[in-house]
Design a binder for this molecule. Structure first.
Ligand code: GAR
Length: 316
């Protein structure tokens, strides 16, 4: 199994990072931790990660502006080859640039049942509000603090006489269960054929006069009353791949693409030289790029009149 590479950002104890890291040691865990980085070079969690043989990086933010510090961290993450970021008690507000770069690929854990009690002092706030139930949430990171779609939550009962500390300790135990499970589910969705078909469907049906049919059991997209411009191939003849098939100019382009990245591009059986297969299940699919491929393929088969009409509309 190819494991998805994840970088974890911490600021302190790093117990959530440790939960992610130990879960990653299980043979069927779909992710592995390739870097633990911190804005606090003294963070205790860095020692835990280093002891487990995980590369660590500490760089204080003191004296640096937010954007510059985030850039340094971003470089470390990309150099480590990570395609996902897990924030685990990273107590820094992130720059908009950084959040945008990791859009849809950065998760955070927060010790409350979001949208309740964002920010700090969550446990005391829950106790003050006489909540019977507190808990924790894992969510995708967006530009707003502790916002973004919630991916999973665990409720924790508030006991009579709970203090912020006693509640925090039990919520932490719940956090350690929640984060590894949600991160695993999240990274796996990118190799899940149903998810991949859905992404292609959105992009293909956004093309003018596009419709979907089933062709030889494959979801297939064409121009109404015209030619096909995209197929999704799922485990075709047991090849184990989920891929997008799109039109290309011919054998030369096909050869060039396969030479440039033989893992991603391939010659689709039975389709000939006019098509190329693009693997979607490698866990690092750039969906903007896939969108460009689909648009290009649509253009290759679109009747001249329709393509021209689109050009006129685009110029407008
Ligand atoms: C965790 O409780 C985490 O939910 C919280 O910081 C703690 C870090 O503990 N994060 C936030 O409050 C983010 N808004 P850890 O270092 O032991 O994982």
């Amino acid at each position: 199994m190819t494991k998805t590479k994840v970088a974890v950002l911490i600021s302190g104890a790093g117990t959530n990072m440790a939960a992610l890291l130990y879960a990653a040691k299980l043979p069927d865990c779909p992710y592995k931790i390739v870097l633990v980085a911190s804005n606090n070079p003294e963070a205790e969690g860095l020692n835990i990660a280093a002891a487990e043989g995980v590369p660590t990086y500490g760089k204080s933010h003191v004296g640096l502006n937010r954007v510059d510090h985030d850039l340094i961290i971003h470089d470390q993450i990309t150099q480590a080859g990570a395609t996902y970021v897990a924030l685990a008690g990273y107590m820094r507000i992130l720059s908009r640039d950084f959040v945008e770069k990791w859009d849809g690929r950065m998760l955070n854990i927060h010790p409350s049942l979001l949208p309740k009690y964002k920010g700090l002092n969550t446990h005391q706030s829950a106790i003050n509000a006489k909540e019977c139930v507190a808990g924790c949430s894992v969510h995708l990171v967006t530009a707003e603090l502790d916002d973004g779609p919630v991916l999973g939550q665990i409720e924790v009962t508030v006991l009579p006489g709970d203090t912020a500390e006693s509640l925090a300790a039990r919520v932490k135990m719940a956090e350690h269960q929640l984060y590894p499970k949600i991160l695993a589910e999240y990274v796996v969705r990118e190799t899940n054929p149903e998810y991949l078909i859905l992404q292609v469907r959105k992009l293909a049906l956004a093309q003018p006069e596009a419709h979907e049919v089933l062709s030889h059991g494959m979801p297939c997209f064409g121009i109404i009353g015209g030619k096909k411009f995209a197929y999704v191939s799922v485990d075709h003849h047991g090849d184990g791949k989920t891929a997008l098939l799109v039109k290309i100019s011919g054998a030369e382009e096909q050869g060039m693409l396969i030479d440039s990245d033989g893992e991603r591009y391939y010659r689709p059986a039975y389709f000939g030289d006019g098509w190329v297969g693009i693997r979607l299940d490698l866990g690092d699919t750039d969906w903007n790029h896939v969108g460009d491929w689909i648009a290009k393929s649509w253009r290759a088969v679109a009747p001249k009149k329709l393509a021209k009409l689109m050009d006129v509309a685009a110029d407008f």
